[in-house]
Design a protein around this ligand. Structure first.
Ligand SMILES: [Zn+2]
Length: 290
């Protein structure tokens, strides 16, 4: 018995051959990436220009590729209605984490944003709401002190205006470089939502690809209505980490939006081209005072 125990490998191992094949495939994909994109869901190869035209939706299976916050606003909010607030709040380096300032600067230059969340007011099919959008292109949409603070300010704005809160999440989790201060945002954002509940205003949480870590484990799972975009990866730890821990193969489609719907964790899976209308209908049903 003891012998068997000690003979078990500590971690799931990947053979050299598998590693090489994976890298070769990655290189091939990268070489073609300026012209073509491979659908993560169905594997279809799509011409990039086609993809842009189609709001980054796979024409074959409907999978929605990751959007920047600006693209998300364009496909969701009524034209010209979005007014951003608190756009100038920026992160500092509270723990003096080596290299954090440089990395922040790189992310700012790359995206033209100052942080991983954009908050503002706008209308969706004519229904006014406060909207917050996490951008996975900025530091993987990770939640640090600024994301937490801007989220809370958005909740307070919704209460002040007496309108619903709509949040699109896309995040790798807590921001490692801000350590414990990042983890505190989980409690801070969750607590703020209680004030929204007291004000009897709905919080509609939309989980897009990917919503993981500290974000999935805090406010994103606390929506009065939780919607996931088709094909989105949603979970706490990644599938590889779980497989290595429990030493079992995970079922097909594990942590995908559709799997979560089957298991009762979310209310609805919606394709991107139907998201605006769906949100509009929900907001209309919950409109306060007409
Ligand atoms: Zn597809």
């Amino acid at each position: 018995m003891f012998k068997n125990f000690f003979q078990r490998p500590k971690y799931a191992t990947v053979s050299q051959k598998e590693k090489k094949e994976k890298q070769k495939k990655k290189d091939e994909d990268n070489n073609l990436s300026f012209l073509w994109t491979k659908c993560k869901d169905c594997g279809e190869i799509i011409f990039n220009k086609e993809l842009e035209k189609n709001n980054k939706i796979c024409y074959k299976c409907g999978y929605g590729f990751r959007l920047t916050a600006t693209e998300r606003i364009n496909v969701t909010v009524d034209d010209g209605s979005f007014e951003e607030f608190n756009e100038d709040i920026e992160a500092t380096n509270p723990l003096q984490f080596p290299g954090y300032e440089e990395k922040l600067k790189q992310e700012k230059d790359k995206t033209g944003r100052k942080e991983a969340i954009v908050t503002g007011t706008g209308t969706i099919t004519g229904n006014k709401c406060v909207i917050a959008i996490l951008d996975s292109h900025f530091f993987m949409g990770s939640m640090g002190t600024v994301v937490g603070e801007k989220f809370v300010l958005a909740v307070e704005k919704a209460i002040e205006l007496g309108v619903p809160l709509v949040v699109f999440s896309a995040s790798g989790g807590a921001r490692m470089q801000e350590g414990l201060l990042s983890l505190m945002q989980m409690a801070k954002t969750s607590a703020a939502l209680n004030k929204l509940t007291d004000a009897r205003l709905p919080f509609i949480s939309i989980l897009t690809d990917p919503t993981t870590g500290g974000v999935s484990a805090s406010y994103a799972s606390l929506g009065d209505i939780i919607i996931a975009e088709q094909g989105a990866l949603i979970g706490f730890a990644g599938p590889r980490v779980i497989e290595q821990t429990i030493r079992q193969k995970l079922p097909q489609g594990f942590q995908r939006a559709e799997f979560l719907l089957q298991h009762g964790l979310i209310d609805k899976v919606v394709a991107r081209d139907e998201m605006k209308d769906t949100l509009g209908k929900i907001l209309e049903l919950h409109s306060v005072g007409g």
